[in-house]
Design a protein around this ligand. Structure first.
Ligand SMILES: Cc1cc2nc3c(=O)[nH]c(=O)nc-3n(C[C@H](O)[C@H](O)[C@H](O)COP(=O)(O)O)c2cc1C
Length: 368
């Protein structure tokens, strides 16, 4: 019997990823002292997925500069202390045989929020409480948030430089893969979508102009990380809104980003517009990953309510994506990949040696 698709390794640049069950980036809002430093929580949180057999562990949206944080408790990669704190986590992930990835982002007009588990989440934290002035392509507010400042060209140049510097530090910390966060209504997505970008300069208007910031960042990050590291882009492939960003524009820009040096497209949706109706259900974003994969002949990962090994295998076996990313199901069961191997009758050699007895027991008669 051939190996199920979920457990076939995938090579991205010089890295072989041991399987195609990947951890979706999940903000933990858990930095102490508002210093952007990952700590013991991040080590345990990400480390459990590596011990649990996932192929690639994607660290949360990590800000390339302080103004790019969603909340004051977000992780950062804008200084060497943060880089060194990440290096400890990367070492642990590698010791478990998993691939270490980090999502780099800038939250744009949705920055300076309260963290998710604060009742005030969804409103701008005032400067008097440690918040900051937000920036965006245009001075258009997201509902609940303050009106952002329109970025000028020098400000745009700084954002590109900050992504490149953060990518350099990520490689120094040992990360194998860098993901650029161009989704969920944050800065890069705000440039892409005509609903949040009404600029009249070379960064607004045509698709080419709206994609200019992303493509500059892809090129700058590729130059910073060299040829051996993987570069992913997470897109929201639709705003789920009339006149907004959609799957056809995503497919065109994904092809441009591939030519600029990106390897894999991580396909999510939404986040730009409040109150839109999203047809949520099992694998509801898979058709978008499928569309972008076939329209642009690029590698994609699918994410969103993929919760069983059988369904995840079906997504890959039908050729609709190259890998699956899981978020909440992995919070429920960090050992999802090891369980999936058992469900699909696959022998994997990456059970943590400390857990080998469990594996042995499971293969013996119950009374043994
Ligand atoms: C606690 C939490 C934090 C998240 N943080 C991020 C993030 O940092 N970056 C991102 O692109 N998506 C983030 N997401 C979205 C997930 O990566 C994922 O796309 C989404 O949860 C859908 O997948 P799921 O149905 O498997 O959970 C987050 C989701 C959760 C539940």
């Amino acid at each position: 019997m051939s190996t199920p698709h979920l457990f076939q390794p995938m090579t991205v640049r010089s890295k072989e990823i041991r399987n195609r069950i990947w951890v979706s980036p999940m903000c933990q809002y858990s930095c102490e002292n508002q210093d952007g430093m990952p700590n013991d929580w991040h080590l345990v949180h990400l480390g459990q997925f590596a011990a649990g057999g996932a192929g690639l562990i994607m660290a949360e949206a990590t800000a390339v500069n302080p103004a790019g944080r969603i909340s004051s408790e977000d992780t950062g990669m804008w200084n060497d202390e943060q880089r060194d704190a990440w290096a400890r986590i990367v070492r642990f992930i590698h010791e478990q045989g998993a691939t270490a990835a980090i999502q780099l982002g800038h939250a744009g007009r949705k920055a300076s929020d309260y963290r998710l588990f604060d009742a005030r989440c969804g409103t701008t934290k005032p400067i008097s409480e440690g918040g900051w002035r937000t920036v965006a392509p245009s001075a258009l507010a997201f509902p609940g948030f303050d009106v952002p400042e329109e970025l000028d060209i020098a400000g745009i140049d700084r954002v590109v430089d900050d992504f490149a510097a953060a990518a350099t530090r990520s490689v120094q910390a040992g990360f194998d893969v860098i993901e650029i966060h161009a989704a969920h209504g944050y800065l890069i997505h705000e440039f892409l979508s005509p609903l949040s970008n009404i600029r009249t300069d070379e960064y607004g208007g045509s698709l080419e102009n709206r994609a200019r910031l992303l493509l500059r960042i892809v090129r700058a990050v590729r130059e910073a990380i060299g040829d051996h590291h993987g570069l992913f882009v997470r897109f929201s492939a639709t705003d789920w809104a009339e006149g907004g960003w959609d799957q056809d524009q995503t497919a065109v820009v994904a092809a441009m980003a591939r030519d600029a040096g990106a390897d894999v497209f991580d396909i999510s949706t939404g986040g730009l517009i409040d109150g839109v109706e999203i047809p949520v259900g099992e694998g509801y974003q898979v058709p978008l990953a499928d569309h972008i994969k076939s329209a642009s002949e690029v590698a994609t990962s699918a994410v969103g309510l993929i919760t069983t090994s059988e369904y995840a295998e079906e997504v890959l076996a039908s050729g609709r994506a190259d890998a699956v990313m899981l978020g909440r199901e992995l919070l429920r069961d960090p050992h999802f990949a090891l369980r999936a191997a058992r469900d699909l009758n696959v022998h994997v050699d990456y059970w943590p040696r400390q857990y080998k007895a469990v594996q042995w027991k499971a293969r013996q008669p119950a009374d043994n």
